[in-house]
Design a protein around this ligand. Structure first.
Ligand code: EPZ
Length: 417
């Protein structure tokens, strides 16, 4: 079990290089299945979610070469289409492999995905879309088998602009017969990154980044080289670390265009933000102003930033309200943060954060990936020594998290026992 020992109470100052995006890398790694050839990917973050995805690709018969952030996948000899159950449970994004395997082999067997416990996380939108594309879906003893002779382009209307369902339909549609149109598609930057990667492979995709995406099926895809976009949630997390400790931090390899809703809220809190096309600087005041936040789909305020903002707002001078509209139970981490003398009440989907209280060091345990980052922020605010355990959650999505924080003056020691 791994833990962080954090000596909190000091501000952070310095420069951090943001890593490649976890939520862009995972669907793009899945997409390497489609070209039955070579994909050279750069800026892939070295985190457990990408390691697990590469392990699955290897088990399915792909040849993998890894050299720090550069990954080479050759999917020519891929010969299996059943995703190993024990690896399926490790994370949510394994369900995206289903669309890619289907797109290539017209058959896939998988189980319900795992991932952070932040809600029921059904996959009904994925399955309904596959059925509309002429794919037979059978469920037996928790295993889902999808099979068809040919994938037919279809009009897909998503009840909710699901990121994963949008990605899965795109992956299943690039080699389909005919044209697929996704209505009410997710508009997140990671969707645009996936579409750009697929188009470099020879796919015909229009409208990525809007709510209507059209994919015209092709018969062949080529080898590809691609540089993954920066991780906007990691960038936002470090901005909140600076805001929570009254710090001054500059992020390199960050795209402020992906974070306008987040930057807007940080400025509303009283932070000074300066941006260029690939950097963001934040200078935080001693005390933040209280604010109200509602999580929405992109380009609204991202649900993945809810947790770190709740922790950061403990530093505000009044009472803030955060409403989580995307996942139905994404507040589990708050019971841990309350151990620091924080006053956060939950009423339905709203978290009410009382500022101006002395935050004290405490032992806390991570409950999920982004909740874990929020717990680290609370520990950084609290004078004294805190132990944050179960940090395996954090290692799923943040590359070199403690190293980067120590580089800007935090005092974090990794303990492995
Ligand atoms: C992706 O998850 C991200 N994960 C999540 O980031 C992110 O929070 C989420 O999108 C929303 O932005 C990856 O990209 C690997 P959804 P995903 O499908 O695709 C409901 C992180 O911390 N829904 O957009 O699972 C669902 O229950 C992770 O990096 C259905 O009802 O999210 C949820 O309430 C956490 N049926 C809402 O839609 C479905 O078939 C949003 O889910 C699918 C989803």
């Amino acid at each position: 079990m791994k833990s962080y020992i954090i000596e909190g109470g000091s501000k952070v100052c310095g420069t951090i290089k943001v890593s490649g995006s976890k939520n862009a890398a995972l669907p793009i790694l899945a997409a390497t299945i489609l070209n039955s050839g070579d994909s050279k990917l750069y800026n892939i973050p070295n985190i457990s979610d990408t390691k697990n995805t590469l392990e699955i690709l290897g088990i399915l018969g792909c040849k993998i070469k890894r050299n720090s952030g550069k990954i080479e996948v050759n999917s020519r000899n891929m010969n299996k289409f059943e995703i190993p159950e024990e690896l399926m449970h490790k994370m949510r994004s394994t369900v995206i492999l289903a669309g890619a395997i289907l797109g290539r082999f017209k058959e896939v067997i998988f189980t319900y995905p795992g991932g952070c416990d932040i809600g029921s996380r059904p996959i009904d939108l994925h399955i309904n879309a596959f059925k509309k594309m002429g794919i037979e879906v059978k469920e037996e003893a928790g295993r889902i088998r999808c099979k068809t002779n040919r994938i037919i382009g279809a009009d897909i209307n998503l009840d909710f602009p699901s990121v994963g369902a949008t990605e899965n339909v795109m992956l299943a549609a690039v080699l389909a017969d005919g044209t697929t149109t996704i209505h009410n598609a997710a508009m997140e930057p990671e969707i645009v990154d996936l579409a750009t990667f697929l188009k470099k492979m020879g796919a015909k995709i229009d409208g990525a980044g809007t709510s209507i995406i059209t994919i015209k099926g092709v018969t062949k895809l080529t080898n590809v080289n691609y540089n993954i976009m920066p991780d906007r949630i990691e960038a936002g997390t470090f901005l909140c670390v600076a805001a929570a400790t009254g710090g001054n931090v500059t992020l390199k390899n960050a795209n402020p265009g992906h974070l306008s809703a987040v930057i807007n809220k940080l400025e509303e809190c009283g932070c000074t933000i300066t941006t260029s096309n690939n950097s963001i600087q934040i200078i935080a005041p001693k005390r933040l102003k209280q604010i109200e936040i509602k999580t929405m789909t992109y380009p609204g305020f991202p649900t993945d930033m809810q947790q770190v903002f709740v922790a950061m707002l403990l530093k505000s001078s009044g009472t803030s309200v955060v409403v989580e509209n995307i996942f139905e139970s994404r507040y589990k981490y708050i019971s841990e943060i309350r151990k620091t003398n924080a006053k956060i009440t939950i009423e339905g989907r709203s978290a009410i954060i009382t500022g101006k209280r002395k935050i004290t060091a405490s032992d806390m345990c991570c409950t999920d990936l982004r909740g874990g980052a929020a717990i680290v922020i609370a520990a950084l605010m609290a004078k004294g020594k805190s132990r944050v355990s179960n940090i395996e959650y954090i290692l799923r999505g943040y590359e070199d998290f403690d190293k980067k924080l120590n580089a800007i003056g935090a005092k974090i020691k990794l303990e492995d026992y």
